[in-house]
Design a protein around this ligand. Structure first.
Ligand code: SF4
Ligand code: SF4
Ligand code: SF4
Length: 268
């Protein structure tokens, strides 16, 4: 792998390679470049999850011609597919090296062993929502209970924006979550439920279920479940599963056989 990266940099196939380097005992994202080729020997992989593609978007925004290489796990690959579709990255300018991942595959994100799901507890007795329950279990609550439980979860939010900042497919130059006309900005409490619903709607047809938002959330809000629920609606209506490939577009999936009845509309 390291030889391959050195070769790409030397041959000008990539201008920058995004990977990880140990800094004071911590694996941090690092830009490997031709002028410091020796650093490639310090590249590390291992169980590190970071949205490197988010750095790639920034680089491409500065210089649309820059050729970028990066390490990709399955979740990075799905994110790249979405970013190609949304024209945030040009697939002709991106080269990737796969890194060993868990036995998950593009069709079954839920298998990711790095997400370390814990066994769901006695969630029915909980006040809020267990982060590890399934969509089916979450749908088991009646509407009143759903509202009460989600409101409890949203109420914990400290509006740190960690979920947005960690998300590989949150790439907007101006974020609605900081736009006063759309979401009440300013101090806490967060605008409930608008803050979280705005983001949930934006993740419909975009979220690739990497779980980084939930990992980043200091308040342990079950964000992944929320976005899975909106994406189930997208799947029902548009037959679109974000990140599966970089060809299928969310914008032209209304085939004859697809019902316009939003089957999961009451799911969230
Ligand atoms: S799981 Fe969270 S971080 Fe990952 S793509 Fe979906 S919203 Fe973004
Ligand atoms: S939360 Fe919405 S507006 Fe903000 S960066 Fe993400 S997708 Fe864009
Ligand atoms: S990461 Fe959690 S606490 Fe921070 S803004 Fe997002 S939901 Fe709120």
């Amino acid at each position: 792998m390291k030889d391959q990266i050195k070769q790409w940099l030397q041959q000008g196939k990539v201008d920058i390679f995004l990977g990880y380097k140990m800094v004071e005992g911590h694996p941090l994202p690092h830009f490997f470049v031709k002028d410091r080729l020796y650093e490639v020997d310090e590249l590390v992989t291992g169980p590190i999850r970071y949205p490197l593609e988010k750095l790639a978007i920034r680089l491409a925004a500065e210089d649309p011609e820059v050729k970028i290489g990066l390490l990709v796990r399955d979740c990075n690959r799905r994110a790249l597919n979405v970013l190609f579709l949304w024209h945030q990255l040009n697939p002709d300018n991106v080269m990737s090296i796969p890194v060993n991942c868990c036995p998950s595959n593009l069709a079954d994100q839920a298998n990711c062993s790095l997400l370390k799901p814990e066994k769901a507890g006695p969630y029915k007795e909980m006040v809020g929502i267990d982060n590890n329950i399934s969509i089916e279990e979450a749908k088991g609550f009646d509407q009143e209970e759903r509202l009460r439980r989600w409101t409890y979860e949203f109420d914990k939010c400290i509006k740190c924006y960690g979920c947005r900042d960690a998300c590989p497919v949150c790439f907007c130059k101006e974020c609605s979550l900081e736009h006063h006309a759309l979401v009440k900005t300013g101090d806490l409490p967060v605008d409930i439920p608008i803050f979280h619903l705005v983001r949930a709607v934006h993740m419909a047809g975009r979220c690739i279920d990497c779980g980084l938002c939930e990992e980043a959330c200091p308040m342990d809000i079950p964000l992944r479940l929320l976005y899975k629920m909106v994406n189930q609606i997208v799947l029902n209506v548009f037959k679109y599963n974000p990140g599966i490939d970089s060809v299928q577009s969310p914008f032209n999936m209304l085939g004859d056989e697809v019902t316009l009845e939003p089957k999961g509309l009451n799911a969230a």
